[in-house]
Design a protein. Sequence first.
Length: 154
Amino acid sequence: MLKNYLKKSNGFTLVELLVVIAIIGLLISMSIIAVQRYQKKAVDTRVEANLSQIRNIAAMIYTDDSNYNSLCDSDNDTLNESHPRYSLGLEAIESDIYNFTGQYPICHAVGPDYCVQALLVVGDSFCLDGNGYIGENETHCGESDGENRKCSAP
């Protein structure tokens, strides 16, 4: 009888297999959560990159017109997709931001100042202005000095 008990088994027990399957399931679920978080952060990074491109287009508009008025559309709340020279770039940026966040970027431009803001998936929002500010969380396009626009805390 002792011989049978000391005899080596040829496989794993059911409990051992279930423990291994449970550990693998736990690791997979943790990996999926981490991947989803990084995917959302990647979307935010793309939105931030798009807004940085708006800064380049704004500089070209200012060089051409000596103001930023034509950066935003006539309603002054989104990018100007009908700009004579930069419509393709502005339209591509605006549609890309909309495709990822479900909302169009907010654009305000008056004379020598502008402010563009887009909502982020993970963070609050991302804002840049003609004064050189660029940042995220707790900022929005606000009004300062009468007609001038800049990013500010709510």
